[in-house]
Design a protein around this ligand. Structure first.
Ligand SMILES: O=C(O)C1=C[C@@H](OP(=O)(O)O)[C@@H](O)[C@H](O)C1
Ligand SMILES: C=C(OP(=O)(O)O)C(=O)O
Length: 426
């Protein structure tokens, strides 16, 4: 259980752990590449450790050289081996969906499963197109849910028009497409995070950005090993940004944060709300922009958000809702139905937990309406086993009067190991 006391002035200069999306891809792409890749700044969160374990089970040697440093001995596509035991992705949607794209083209059988939460998340969004490309996939409810059983095959490229803006779907199909005949193109309703496109490029793959919402790869391409330096995770930084905006007297600098424009929706919205944020780009690490962010306590006003902005801040919505409780007016979040199929139903969990502290939050079909400014009163909350809900409630606890407790707080280690220690040090 995490205990949080009301705080004054969060001050200092910090770094956040490595980007989760980029860490997963560094391990996977390193594993299927030819040669040895070194990864620095890797996120040692539980989800990324699940990715390491799954690829080890396919015969890939991955050496941990320290908490955030790895060597991946790539085996090339052909070198991946049939796993002798199940591939357990734990709580990680990114691991399972991207790995299914890899498995779809491998000439062996694999059984894939995860925890209870993974068992509720829709897999048909990747299973159906992968079947159309030629993979054999079966599983619970006709392969819509884990456990899944995959026998990879000879794949043929296809054009897939995704109903959802999902980087996991896009990445899975591109990974399958690289192993298939012909071209695979993925079109999405709005641009989702593009780390796969950027990192495949860095590994020597030709990726065509046909239009802002459409990307394609030709099959038969090989990845060449390369070293990856992982920027700090802007999704983790978001918790500290919101905390510093809301706690009076705060001023905080976060260094070395990824500033990929497909991920910076949270910065745009916090600024629109009146948040004082200074953003200093410092360079590019393997095709990913990086910089420092300084944030100061600010008074906020409500905003309405939806449309193409949503995929650019999808994981930040629970903590954005915390910010909205302190913004004057009604904050309206729409077009975010995808939140219902994350680790938990994040629309319901955010509303339920924030209300426990006195927030005025209404659930809608595809989002939330939050009324501010509302004083929060400390009390017992629960993470629902969802790291982002746990951290959002911890941030709420920093401004709520008295003491807030968060049960099932161990979930935070999925993406932000050291979160509570870092908060204490500020
Ligand atoms: O590709 C990725 O690394 C991710 C994509 C997003 O999911 P969807 O692709 O389901 O939107 C995001 O919510 C998740 O945390 C990580
Ligand atoms: C949704 C998330 O991750 P995943 O889909 O990889 O489980 C997240 O980290 O918020």
């Amino acid at each position: 259980m995490l205990q949080i006391e009301e705080r004054r002035d969060l001050r200092g200069e910090v770094r956040v752990p490595g980007d989760k999306s980029i860490s997963h891809r560094a391990v996977m792409f390193g594993a299927i590449a030819e040669g040895r890749s070194r990864v620095e700044g890797f996120l040692p969160g539980k989800d990324c450790l699940s990715t390491i374990e799954c690829f080890r089970r396919m015969g890939v040697n991955i050496h941990r050289k320290g908490p955030t440093s790895l060597i991946v001995e790539g085996r090339g596509w052909e070198g991946l081996q049939e796993p002798k035991t199940v591939l357990d992705v734990g709580n990680s949607g990114t691991t399972i969906r991207l790995m299914l794209g890899v498995l779809a083209g491998r000439p062996f059988h694999a059984t894939v499963l995860g925890d209870e939460s993974i068992g509720r998340r829709p897999m048909n969004r990747v299973v159906e197109p992968l079947r159309l490309m030629g993979a054999q996939v079966d599983g619970r409810s006709q392969g819509s849910f884990t456990p899944l059983s995959v026998r990879g095959g000879n794949l043929t490229g296809m054009i897939h028009r995704s109903r959802v803006a999902s980087a996991q779907v896009k990445s899975s199909l591109l990974l399958a497409g690289l192993q298939g005949k012909g071209v695979t193109r993925v079109e999405e309703p709005a641009l989702s995070r593009d780390h796969t496109e950027r990192m495949l490029g860095a590994f020597g793959v030709k990726v065509d950005r046909d239009s802002p919402r459409s990307v394609s790869v030709a099959g038969g391409q090989v990845l060449q090993a390369r070293d990856v330096r992982v920027p700090g995770d802007i999704s983790s930084a978001a918790f500290l940004l919101v905390a510093a905006l809301l706690v009076p007297g705060s001023r905080l600098t976060i260094r070395g944060v990824g500033l990929n424009p497909t991920r910076t929706g949270i910065l745009d919205v916090l600024r629109r709300m009146g948040g004082e944020l200074e953003i200093h780009p410092t360079g590019e690490w393997n095709g990913e922009p990086v910089g420092d962010i300084t944030v100061s306590h600010s008074s906020l006003t409500a905003v309405e958000i939806g449309g193409e902005l949503i995929p650019r801040l999808i994981d930040e919505i629970p903590v954005l809702a915390v910010a909205a409780t302190q913004a004057a007016g009604h904050t309206v979040i729409r077009d975010a139905a995808e939140l219902k199929v994350k680790e938990t139903n994040r629309i319901a969990a955010t509303a339920q937990e924030l209300r426990k502290l006195g927030a005025r939050v209404e659930e809608t079909e595809d989002g939330l309406v939050i009324e501010g400014k509302t004083p929060l009163t400390g009390g017992p909350c629960d993470s629902h086993g969802d790291h982002r809900i746990g951290m959002a409630m911890a941030v709420a606890g920093l401004l709520a009067t008295g003491r807030t407790t968060v049960t099932q707080a161990e979930a935070i280690g999925i993406s932000f190991p050291g979160f509570s220690t870092l908060l204490e040090e500020l």
